[in-house]
Design a protein around this ligand. Structure first.
Ligand code: NAD
Ligand code: TYD
Length: 374
């Protein structure tokens, strides 16, 4: 067992059946034998099957719906890692309300529980820490030649998703300053890795390429993101929650800044490679199926992170790059087709059909069904 985790008390991980949360509890459950409670509403994006191996461990439990007060009263939580969120920008544009409910009100409810159970008139109980996991999207659109975001960057969210996360961040800061709730905040760049729900760019492109479908690229595809492997993000989260300074914010990024179109082309190469030494995936070279479609409303052109603070204070550094990680990631999606088919069920298909049909000119077959005849 490593010495990364020092806390002896119980952990609460919200959103632990989602992409990052699942990877996080998988790692955490190896690092500690302390009780871990995963609180997850199991929305379309959350799947108990994603963490079946973790839930088989005796010190890990999944709770689908519970009163936070009852959970805090039953378990002596010393660590809370808050990942539960509605996380997809396009869905937030189509229907913002769930983003306000979960990302803003959900965070408020959690802060109130921590305030009630962790603070006294004489100050906060010792040894408690709540890490609120946020995004670099709160900082908005970064100009092409501007220096990357730091912890001091002003908030300027563009999408309903980003605005809801920014609102949550501000609540977290206020609950620290006003009530002394012992919080930390991380603002991370775009993640990729195993178990990512296939509505996000990289897994959607991998699966569509494997299945011979069209590959939608918004606008000119020259928007830039700073990509970080989820394992590097989880290492950063553990470092922050265990060793970060309470009340501080840490921005986290891989320094792997790429245009979307380059990422999509790199995925195409990895998929074609996986399908047999340069042989194109089903139906022709994957890159030939790239389609530039209507841009996302309010689309931020660029995000980038200057991770100097977490590198310097906590000794964290990313270990992966997209180019090195993509072949293994494509293999992971090939080997987990049952999971992909299961999670791309009713709700996902409905969204995919409605969202992409207009963009691909009605020429869309939802994943999980056979490709349209060409
Ligand atoms: P995800 O959509 O894969 O998972 C979110 C999880 O939260 C799901 O398991 C879902 O069931 C759960 N959930 C949703 N509403 C809930 C509610 N009301 N109560 C309890 N659980 C609920 O998201 P993700 O990509 O794993 O992101 C996790 C966190 O990290 C989010 O807060 C997101 O804003 C943040 N983040 C994500 C990225 C990224 O690139 N994915 C980057 C930076 C920050
Ligand atoms: P996404 O994975 O949704 O993450 P975020 O919006 O949080 O950055 O999208 C990553 C980038 O890829 C973003 O600039 C939007 C773009 N994109 C496409 O071009 N096509 C797609 O089908 C999707 C889902 C995203």
């Amino acid at each position: 067992m490593s010495a990364v985790v020092t806390a002896g008390g119980a952990w609460l991980v919200t959103g632990g059946a989602g992409f990052i949360g699942g990877n996080f509890v998988r790692r955490l459950s190896r690092e500690t034998t302390a009780p871990i409670v995963v609180l997850d509403a199991l929305t379309y994006a959350g799947n108990a099957s994603s963490i079946a191996d973790v839930l088989a461990r005796p010190h890990v439990a999944l709770v689908k719906a519970a009163l936070l007060d009852a959970l805090f009263a039953r378990h002596d939580f010393t660590r809370v890692v808050h990942l539960a969120a509605e996380s997809h920008v396009d869905r937030s544009i189509v229907g913002p309300q769930p983003f306000l409910r979960t990302n803003v009100d959900g965070t408020f409810q959690l802060l109130e529980a921590a305030r009630r159970h962790w603070t006294t008139p004489n100050g906060p109980l010792a040894g408690r820490r709540l890490l609120h996991v946020s995004t670099d999207e709160v900082f908005g659109d970064l100009a092409p030649n501007a220096p990357p975001f730091t912890e001091a960057s002003p908030y300027a969210p563009s999408s309903p998703y980003a605005a809801s996360k920014a609102s949550a961040d501000l609540l977290v800061r206020a609950w620290h300053r006003t009530y002394g709730v012992p919080v930390l905040i991380s603002n991370c760049s775009n993640n990729y890795g195993p178990w990512q729900f296939p509505e996000k760019l990289i897994p959607l492109t991998i699966l569509n390429a494997l299945e011979g479908r069209e590959l939608p690229v918004y606008g000119d595809g020259r928007q830039r993101r700073d990509w970080l492997h989820v394992e590097d993000h989880c290492a950063a989260l553990l470092a922050i929650v265990e060793r970060g300074r309470v009340g501080e914010t840490y921005v986290v990024g891989g320094g792997d800044e790429r245009e979307n179109i380059d990422v999509v082309r790199a995925v195409c190469r990895a998929v074609d490679e996986a399908c047999g030494g340069g042989r194109a995936a089903e139906g022709g070279e994957s890159a030939a199926r790239i389609r530039h479609v209507a841009d996302r409303a309010g689309h931020d052109r660029r995000y980038a992170i200057d991770a100097t603070k977490i590198r310097r204070e906590l000794g964290w550094a990313p270990r992966h790059s997209i180019d090195e990680a993509l072949p293994a990631l494509v293999r992971w999606y090939v080997e987990h087709r049952d999971w992909c088919d299961a999670v791309r069920s009713g709700e996902y298909r409905r969204f995919y059909d409605e969202y992409y049909a207009a963009r691909l000119g009605g020429n869309v077959t939802a994943p999980g069904r056979s490709p349209a005849p060409r």
